[in-house]
Ligand binder design. Sequence first.
Ligand SMILES: [Zn+2]
Length: 79
Amino acid sequence: MLTCKKAINQISNYLDGDLDEELKHTLETHLTKCHHCHAVFDTTKKTIELYCDGKLFSLPQEVHTRLHEALRRKLQVRS
Ligand SMILES: [Zn+2]
């Protein structure tokens, strides 16, 4: 079972195409069931698309770091 915290940690890796098939599937399943994580996923995806002009791969390290920071803050606010 994937916790919300773990799911959110994996979202940017997922969007980067960095996850193996099993984890990808686990995350996708979680996203269909969990509205909170799905909302985070959506926001992250849109942010990345904005940064990369639709290119979902090869995020610059700086963007990666900033996204992780933002997600971590979101988690802290919630818990
Ligand atoms: Zn969740």
